[in-house]
Ligand binder design. Sequence first.
Ligand code: R5P
Length: 285
Amino acid sequence: MFLVSTKNCTNAAIEISNKADLHFIMTEVKRFPDEELYVRIVESVKGSEVIAIGNTREDSEALEFVLLLNALRENGASKVIAFLPYFGYARQHMIYKPGEAISSMVLTEILSKYSDEILTINIHDNSTMKYSEKKFRVISMVKPLAKYFSGNDIGMVIAPDDGAMQLAEEAGKVLHVESRHLDKKRIDSITVSYSEAKFNVAGKNILLIDDIISTGGTIKKSIKILREMGANKIYVGAIHGIFINNSGDDIAGICDELAVTDTIYSRYSKIKISDSIEEIMSEVV
Ligand code: R5P
């Protein structure tokens, strides 16, 4: 089995190829003078199974990934597994306002056209899986994330909203503590409001957990509420750290520690996906 990746995922891909002893295929990626993207695999993949690693966080990376999948198919790969550490565009998985496009459906349909299987890590909403004609699996990195904080005497795991409650429950089980969620209402893409929480965090060390940190608005507001409620230490964990406008630094400045995985690499990527290699490989073979 071979492994290949888009440019943004090279570090994680090389670590995975070393740990799983997979041959890493080089690519040539460039832009034509008119800025159109060009992707070529520089070794033969004829008759081989290939894991292609790429995120769809940025538009250009999504296109690079689709072109890469097509290059593998066109050059004779016997099986193409599309592995997206971060499945971007999954937050719009349904129509909220008339006239909207369903981005997660569009992307999934394209990925399933150019690959034989799709694998990702903690997708924003599992309902995206229904848009795929091919096998689509989701791995959870909550366990290693929770274990990272296991030495911090965590007294409760809190999700910033009910959508992240499943992650909080999973982390709570790992840490053998209770899990609860705050009641978030999203006003717009950067503003959120909360109603009063009906549980007690006073004096407890809290692990605040979410799937994605983007602008950081959700987590910053949640930290403020937990502080007002008398929480002792507040640790923040998330699977995917997008950290728009340096929001990672803002959050790190107001909590006791911030840690995310390296699905999107940043200075707060303290949990490596390559450390979960056994689980990843058990899903692809
Ligand atoms: C929302 O449903 C997600 O789980 C996250 O809470 C959200 O994407 C975080 O966004 P932001 O950091 O911009 O508040």
